[in-house]
Each structure stands twice: as C-alpha cells, then as structure tokens.
Design a protein around this ligand. Structure first.
Ligand code: ZN
Length: 285
C-alpha cells in the first residue's frame, strides 16, 4: 500500500496511491496517519477499507498539493555520516557506531513544497535520504526483530544549513530544523512493497545537474541495525521517523568549491520504489 496526504498545509486529508496510479481520497476511512493509527493496526484496517471502498472513493486531481505522507510524529531521528564516501567528503572518519541527531518535526512539508532559505543562511544544502517509519512501539528490540517494528519507507530530503550545523557550536540540530527543511513523501510505501531496503537507487539533482547518485547498499549501518540500535537509547513510537543518512554529493563536499542553494534553484530527488520530489528554493521574506 502507498499512503499519502493531500490538501492545504496543516489541514491535509489522508489518501492512497493505487497501483494504477490514481490518487484517492481515504478520508472516509476515518483516521489520519498518526501515532494512534499506526498503534492500533491502522495499516491492516486501511487495507481492508481499501479493498471494499477504493474503487468508489473520490479521485484526487493530479494538480492538488501533496502534504507530508504521515502526520507529524513524536520525533525525527537522523543518522549522520552513514555512507562511507559521504563521511570522507565531509572530512570525517567512518563512524564505528551510528551518529544520531534530532530534526524538529515542525520542519516537515510536502514533497513538492518550496524550500525556504532561512534568513541569514549562506549554506543551505541538500541530502537525499531513505526514511523509515515506525509501525510498532520499539524499545530495546534486537536486530532480528527490528523489521517487525517498521511500517514502511518514504523519501526524505534532509535539508541542512551547514554553518548553523557545524560552525555555531553545540549540536547539529540547529542546522537541520528550519521550517521546510524536511520534505517528506510523496507516499509511505508499506514494508511489503520494499522487500529489500538495502538495494535501492537514490539520486538528487540541482538545476538538472546530478549531484547525488548512489544506492542504499552503500550504507554503513542498515535499516535493521539502526532500528535496534536507536531503540536501546529511546522508545520509538508508532509513526516516528528515522532518516538513514545521505550518500556523497552534498553541496558542502563539492570540489573545487562547495555549492549552496540560492533562490530559484530547483532540487529534484528520488528513490527507487518511493517516488520523487521537486522543490524550488525561495528566500525567506
Ligand atoms: Zn542527513
């Protein structure tokens, strides 16, 4: 199943992307895709609803805006330097344990919304990432059981203000959390749709020039390990997001000089099986 949400910002309606490409309104199912939905067998109930009602549900016009494909979760946990060659381009050693940081959940927007370059920002940068959405509460789970706690996967652009992340002291969270810095979607693909999350091509281009082009096979720590590892330190709640890190090709690592976003730049990205996004950069007003 592919879950999406559509409509105006902050008042999105749940929907589904059907195998034939139609987007349908699933509001009659009666629940947004939030913590309670995932915690109370929402995916199974939604599949049952779809079997009986998808054919007669209203079709969403392709021009309608998509929002983040799940409701705002309790937390977004990000993994840093999880592709060996990205660590190298960042001038950092390959981590021996996952590097974790938080991203503010208020940064979430739809997959094709504008990215706002924050006031005072000189180093707004891109990061295509595979995101995991938690389906069942996970606390201290072992690696062998970890995937049972995963609802599915989605495409995420982990926008980052490098000066705020790296030059302002303290934690990376400062450079990761501005409004619009977490385009999420276009859809959540349930786990059955992505049988092997460690073999997905992912890519990103800026103004038509390919900047990132890799495969999730290159991750240092894979999906099962990350879910298990993070759950040793905190309880992952249904609907929570883990963003699994980015491959090489971010603006910070470009040679001979870094490149950062300026107003009007167009960022396009995708992951095999998880759709595509497109953001135009805009200056904050
Ligand atoms: Zn990242």
């Amino acid at each position: 199943m592919k879950l999406l949400r559509f409509g105006p910002p902050q008042s999105e309606t749940p929907g589904l992307l059907l195998p034939d490409g139609r987007r349908i309104d699933a509001s009659q199912f009666g629940s947004d895709y939030d913590e309670a939905f995932f915690a109370h067998d929402g995916l199974e109930r939604l599949a049952h609803w779809a079997k009986n009602h998808a054919g007669s549900a209203p079709v969403i016009d392709p021009s309608v805006r998509l929002g983040p494909c799940i409701a705002r979760p309790s937390k977004i946990v990000c993994v840093g330097l999880n592709y060996a060659d990205h660590a190298a381009e960042s001038g950092m050693p390959i981590p021996t344990e996952p590097v974790l940081f938080f991203k503010a959940t208020s940064a979430m927007v739809g997959p094709d919304d504008e990215v706002i370059i924050p006031r005072g920002s000189l180093k707004t940068d891109w990061e295509v990432e595979l995101a995991i959405v938690i389906g069942r509460r996970a606390s201290g789970v072992c690696e062998a059981d970890a995937l049972e706690h995963v609802a599915g996967y989605a495409l995420h652009n982990d926008y980052s203000e490098r000066a705020w992340q790296l030059e302002r002291g303290g934690q990376w969270v400062k450079g990761k959390s501005s409004d619009t810095f977490a385009p999420f979607g276009p859809f959540l693909a349930t786990r059955d749709e992505i049988p092997n999350p460690q073999n997905l091509r992912l890519w990103l281009s800026v103004n038509g020039v390919t900047r990132q082009n890799s495969n999730t096979a290159q991750m240092v720590f894979g999906v099962s390990h990350l879910v298990s590892y993070i759950s040793q330190f905190m309880t992952l709640l249904p609907g929570d997001i883990i963003s699994t890190g980015t491959p090489p090709g971010v603006g910070l690592g470009l040679k001979p000089e870094p490149i950062f976003l300026k107003p009007g730049d167009v960022v396009e990205l995708g992951i095999e099986g998880l759709g595509t996004q497109k953001q135009t950069a805009k200056a904050a007003v």
